[in-house]
Ligand binder design. Structure first.
Ligand code: G4P
Length: 280
């Protein structure tokens, strides 16, 4: 992943989505299950009003299983349909198919009363960069689908993927940009790898992560790195990780920078365990 956020890109993507959304019945919004709120762009609620809404808590395999359930209940309570997902894995797809049909049930019934039968649900996938939109489309659509080409009466150039007799999916996802006026939101997005690392202070980021883990997942760092967590400051724990993982610079000094990158990387890839960074 290597993207930069330029205001021009954002405006263009938003305008595109405003156009595309007119063509669809259902917005399938992907969020990162490790930060389900921070990885949403609040504009989606305005853009997607009057549409059926399905939230996929993606990368659920990397997030805390218990928290996944809490987040799912949270979104359901707010009136969305919500499903946990590992988009790289086809096993969740049956559940999604069911959720798509459920989320559009009112519309389907309205159609039926008007005598419109068997019109497929038109859906689009949306979410912030790197949340798994392309992976989801590829896995869900798989090889079985056929591109249905342009539909009469809709904007030229739109490609639809016929998923099955019930669902057509717009093949280009809607890209939304995260909002991070709140520094904590920015920090969480940085931790899951949603920003260019070379723009980040990884030392500071790792200290924030260590602080969070000692508070919310006590024992995880000591189990993985053999460090003492009790009454230790994050910087001392990082020190211990550098020592125990042999992060050494020339001159035999501890290399904190290397240890910082190591901890962040092991969090991102799930080697530290299944961790969620925010709760409702
Ligand atoms: P985007 O279209 O929304 O920008 O995201 P994309 O599908 O490109 O996915 C971004 C990264 O997230 C990819 O990893 C992808 O494999 C990974 N990913 C997507 N869904 C899941 C999921 O449910 N669980 C986990 N653990 N990972 C997921 P990458 O490292 O950028 O690429 P690659 O190594 O897979 O090639």
């Amino acid at each position: 992943m290597d993207f930069q956020w330029y205001p021009g890109h954002m405006t263009k993507a938003k305008r595109q989505m405003q156009e595309d959304i007119k063509l669809i019945d259902l917005v399938i919004e992907l969020v990162d299950a490790r930060i389900p709120l921070s990885s949403r762009n609040p504009d989606i609620d305005e853009l997607g009003k009057h549409k059926s809404r399905l939230i996929l808590l993606n990368k659920a395999d990397l997030a805390d299983a218990e928290k996944n359930r809490i987040w799912k209940a949270y979104f359901c309570e707010k009136g969305y349909f919500a499903v946990e997902l590992d988009a790289r894995n086809r096993t969740g797809m049956k559940t999604i198919q069911h959720a798509i049909l459920e989320s559009c049930r009112e519309k389907t019934e309205r159609d039926r009363r008007r005598g419109i039968k068997n019109r497929p649900i038109r859906a689009m996938v949306a979410g912030i960069p790197n949340v798994g939109k392309s992976t989801f489309i590829n896995t869900y659509a798989g090889r079985a689908c056929t591109k249905t080409g342009n539909k009469p009466g809709v904007t030229k150039g739109k490609q639809w993927i016929r998923l099955n007799q019930n669902v057509d999916l717009l093949d280009t996802p809607g890209i939304l940009w995260p909002k991070f006026d709140d520094p904590d939101v920015g920090m969480r997005l940085a931790l899951i790898g949603s920003m260019n690392d070379h723009l980040l202070n990884t030392d500071e980021l790792s200290l924030e992560l260590i602080q969070y883990l000692t508070e919310h997942y006590p024992g995880i760092l000591s189990a993985r790195y053999g460090v003492d967590e009790n009454n230790e400051k994050p910087v001392d724990i990082l020190n211990g990780i550098a020592r125990n993982r042999n992060c050494i610079r020339t001159g035999n000094e501890l290399d904190y920078g290397k240890a910082a990158v190591l901890v962040i990387d092991e969090f991102r890839t799930g080697r530290l365990g299944r961790i969620t960074l925010e709760t409702p």
